[in-house]
Write a protein that binds this ligand. Structure first.
Ligand code: SME
Length: 151
């Protein structure tokens, strides 16, 4: 599944006639539609010079969490750690910001531009413990392509 998705994501992100946000939106829509365990897919980006993340394009239920301070929640922790964060069971996390009661698991992968952590892709799943290393490798690939259109 991820192999064919890689080429589709690549085509979307290379479509120069579309704006960056349109391309990121299309990626969110594609991943949410085609990966059964991806129920909410969104991008958060560093908000200017502030130590906070701001929600960018996303697919899924609207969230109240448009702004997330660095260090807060799974997303805010990745903004500080610069590392992938895979949460098999969100109820086991103290530093977690709930977006919806249906969410069971979450994965966040940082996006680097010139070595700087400038944002992330965030995915919520309504399936318990659904993410494997294949998800991490696939999402790292997506983030590396996103990085190219942002730099
Ligand atoms: N659960 C995230 C907040 C963002 S929502 O999942 C859309 C967190 O703990 O950072």
């Amino acid at each position: 599944m991820f192999q064919s998705l890689k080429s589709r994501v690549s085509i979307i992100l290379k479509s120069n006639e579309k704006s960056t946000d349109e391309r990121l939106q299309a990626v969110c829509d594609l991943l949410r539609a085609l990966v059964p365990h991806y129920d909410w897919v969104g991008f958060y980006f560093k908000n200017g010079n502030k130590q906070e993340l701001k929600l960018g394009p996303y697919a899924g239920e609207p969230t109240d969490h448009m702004i997330i301070p660095y260090g807060k929640g799974i997303c805010g922790q990745v903004a500080v750690s610069n590392k992938n964060f895979v949460v098999p069971d969100v109820t086991m996390q103290d530093n977690y910001i709930a977006c919806s009661i249906t969410v069971k698991a979450e994965i966040v992968i940082p996006i680097f531009v010139n070595g700087e952590n400038i944002g992330q892709i965030d995915i919520d799943s309504n399936t318990p413990d659904p993410f494997t290393e294949a998800d991490e490798r696939f999402l790292e690939f997506v983030c590396s392509l996103v990085s190219k259109i942002l730099s």
